[in-house]
Write a protein that binds this ligand. Sequence first.
Ligand code: G3P
Ligand code: CA
Length: 246
Amino acid sequence: MSNWPYPPIVAHRGGGRLAPENTLAAIETGARLGHAMIEFDVKLSKDGQIFLLHDDTLERTSNGWGVAGDLNWDELLKVDAGGWYSGAFKGEKLALMSEVAERCRTHHMMANIEIKPTTGADRETGRVVALAARELWQGMTAPLLSSFSIEALEAAQQAVPELPRGLLLDEWRDDWQALTTQLGCVSIHLNHQLLDQARVAQLKDAGLHILVYTVNSPRRALELLAWGVDCICTDAIDEIGPDFRA
Ligand code: G3P
Ligand code: CA
């Protein structure tokens, strides 16, 4: 089985449910609670900047609107990405991946970078994110790249084969072994509801590490860890804290 340096608990979208997702405020919240690893979503602006956002469009998590990938970074910087969550975060900006890398360096946190391409930009996003991640995380634990997009993972693999990759699935696929082998994945990242103990054993026997999302029940987290799951990605970053297993 491959080297796996990552901790058992991962703060989903940086700060889970305690801060506006995928912002620097979220990253700082995860760090303040002592989390050793954060997950966040990245995509490309029209002018090729790598920034954090979950959705294709801006409406849900900002006061902007439309497809984020159609805008240049200077336009995206005008958006308020915190006020939708609470008044306390009003004025929070969208974040660049480079800024997140610096926070990871400062706080000694590891990263799971989810490549979340704007529709149709899969290959370019996978390539550009992998190349930038290699540069930005120099001297730190290698970031774990993941994506639901097979094209993005293929492009990342071709551009920077040495960075670890995980295949994200939100439904069970019987061809998981062929896919993870083809993409050179060290891990599989699954909706936890897809798993039972037998499936965990099957995946582990194949040499894969397992990350599950999004687990907000401490009881369920304990069950999954007891089955052999390696990483719990959670929004409940206070209840399921960095020392959860201790
Ligand atoms: O990477 C795990 C999880 O973040 C995937 O789902 O929709 O929260 O990005 P989503
Ligand atoms: Ca994600």
